[in-house]
Design a protein around this ligand. Structure first.
Ligand code: PEP
Ligand code: MG
Length: 569
């Protein structure tokens, strides 16, 4: 009997194959009593060194496949092995006569429990990384199975959730799809799936546990559901859909470097969102017309001190060069309560997404912002550089930012530095207040880029990191679309452009609606560029406008999706 289980869509595509449960291998055979503290300390030290070497080797071997966040998690795990607080707890246990295994496990568990108890989901998620590295050391101490070995045929990987150190043990050639019990669209399995171009469905819930190993599964990454033991007729239809999907993808890849025009000849810029130099190289290779969002956080996170101006210049220049003269929109530092920096101590906030984030933090630390703007302007000489400010909510803020920017620019000119001649300054529109008053922001900027991830969370009052409300945070909600329309209407006829750089821009159903609303640039995950260009080419502007008009009148996102499906040319 076939059974359908609903989850959340995390990576598009259709796959059919046997389920393979990724079962975590836990170390066995715990020795309770230690020999003597010195011997136990040495055993632990050896195990830690072996674990550190293993992590470093995994990280290096997989560098190309990992996102900056995943790389950072590996590095954090390596650092954790020497964490002074953790080691003090271990010492106390050893001194009391515990074995190295027991001392280590107790200390690690206490540390993980502390993280789990924090209100911020980011730190709660780190508890799993702490336990993961803890188990790696235990395996070296106590022996025990290594990570589970994949079968030698292609499978649908099924798991409760997957950590970066686990996803790197999988052979991408044999992964047909990912399905997880927990996690959200930003979980590691989802990120990896999008990078590999295989479908993924996440947050299926406890019902997933009833799926036996080897059971035939149909995975629909667009609809966000799986079917267990599908009927022969469903399998036939799915196979046809899979063929079509693969064919369309191959066709899209073949013309990915051509510009994207609607059927009636309107050019839409398809750009990429990047967070590292490797991402930029991938964006160029996938045919992105430009970079629509460079998240500069990677330069600042996971280090003890801020980067120097020269360091920043080198990174920005390498990125601009990697894009071969195509425009690059660089966003100034967007951190805050949810992403704290060690060298910018901040008091804890009850609601970090409503707290001192983005430009609010930059204003408290003008030296950091000044240095970033100097580095950007110095690196950008000779390149089409765009600079963009995140989380602007009031006109007073953009006025202040623009004046600050002009002061930095004239100081650099006075110092005799060559400056970019092809330069634009813009802002992200991700706070509803800014969208509603777009016309008042317009005099201070050359462009608007809609950050629909935040705009949606603020419009629907649904925390983007909370899986329990992930279903509410749909960027195709007509309330969000009306805000977008407000922004494009304000810019119309002024020569200033409007783009979208939130995840919504890469949703193929959203593409005609967004361009119909007057959006001229879509900035998406680099791997999505070919398919988004193909989606643009499918529609005429007249069709897209009619669809957008209709979408604005709907009451919920489901109705919007239905309309698009019905109108699909
Ligand atoms: C957004 O909010 O849509 C966005 C692109 O910025 P980030 O996801 O980095 O907050
Ligand atoms: Mg944002």
């Amino acid at each position: 009997m076939s059974r359908r289980l609903q989850g959340l869509p995390a990576s598009p595509g259709i796959a059919l194959g046997p389920a393979w449960w990724f079962r975590r291998a836990l170390p066995v055979a715990m020795r309770m009593q230690g020999e003597d503290a010195a011997v136990e300390r040495m055993r632990l030290q050896e195990a830690q060194e072996r674990a550190a070497a293993e992590l470093a080797a995994l990280r290096e071997a997989q560098r190309e496949r990992l996102s900056p966040e995943e790389l950072a998690i590996f590095e954090a795990q390596e650092l954790m092995l020497q964490d002074p607080e953790l080691m003090a707890a271990v010492e106390a246990e050893l001194a009391a006569g515990a074995s190295a295994e027991v001392a280590w496990q107790k200390a690690v568990e206490a540390f993980a429990a502390q993280l789990s108890a924090l209100p911020d989901p980011y730190f709660q998620a780190r508890a799993a990384d702490v336990r993961d590295v803890g188990n790696r050391v235990l395996r070296h101490l106590a022996g025990g199975p290594e990570a589970p070995r994949m079968p030698d045929h292609p499978v649908v990987v099924v798991a409760d959730d997957l950590l970066p150190s686990e996803t790197v043990t999988l052979d991408p050639q044999r992964v047909l799809a990912f399905v997880t019990e927990g996690g959200g669209p930003t979980a590691h399995a989802a990120i990896l799936a999008r990078r590999l171009g295989v479908p993924a469905v996440v947050a299926v819930g406890a019902a997933l546990r009833t799926v036996p190993d080897g059971a035939p599964l149909l995975v629909d990454g667009e609809g966000g559901w799986i079917e267990v033991e599908p009927e022969p007729e469903t399998v036939r239809q799915a196979q046809a859909r899979r063929m079509l999907w693969l064919q369309e993808r191959a066709q899209a890849e073949a013309v990915a470097h051509e510009p994207a025009q609607t059927r009636d000849g309107v050019r839409i810029e398809v750009a990429a969102n990047v967070g590292s130099l490797e991402d930029a190289r991938q964006a160029f290779q996938k045919g992105a017309d430009s970079i629509g969002l460079l998240r500069t956080e990677f330069l600042y996170l996971d280090r003890a001190a801020a980067p120097t101006e020269e360091e920043e210049i080198n990174v920005y220049r390498a990125l601009l060069e990697a894009m071969g003269g195509k425009p690059v929109v660089v966003r100034t530092l967007d951190v805050g309560g949810d992403k704290p920096l060690p060298y910018l101590p901040m008091p804890p906030e009850a609601n970090p997404f409503l707290g001192v984030r983005g430009v609010r933090l930059s204003r408290q630390h003008p030296d950091l912002l000044r240095q970033q703007l100097r580095a950007l302007l110095r690196a950008g000489a000779g390149f089409p550089l765009r600079i963009m400010f995140p989380m602007v909510s009031t006109v007073e803020e953009i006025r202040w930012l623009r004046a600050f920017f002009e002061e930095v620019r004239s100081n650099l000119a006075a110092e005799g530095h060559p400056l970019p001649s092809d330069l634009q300054v813009g802002m992200m529109v991700e706070v509803p207040a800014a969208a509603l008053l777009a016309e008042h922001f317009l005099p201070w900027v050359d462009f608007f880029s809609l950050g629909t991830n935040d705009l949606t969370q603020y419009t629907l009052a649904a925390d983007r990191t909370n899986p329990a409300v992930a279903g509410l945070a749909d960027g195709l909600h007509p309330a969000v679309l009306r805000l977008i329309r407000h922004v494009t209407a304000a810019a119309e006829g002024t020569g200033k452009w409007v783009g979208v750089c939130g995840e919504l821009a890469g949703d193929l159903v959203a593409v005609p609606v967004l361009i119909g609303l007057g959006v001229q640039e879509l900035s998406v995950n680099p791997v999505r560029v070919p398919e988004v260009k193909a989606a643009v080419r499918r529609w005429s502007m007249a069709e897209a406008r009619a669809l957008a008009e209709e979408a604005l009148r709907q009451a919920d996102p489901e109705a919007v999706r239905r309309r698009v499906m019905e109108a699909h040319p």
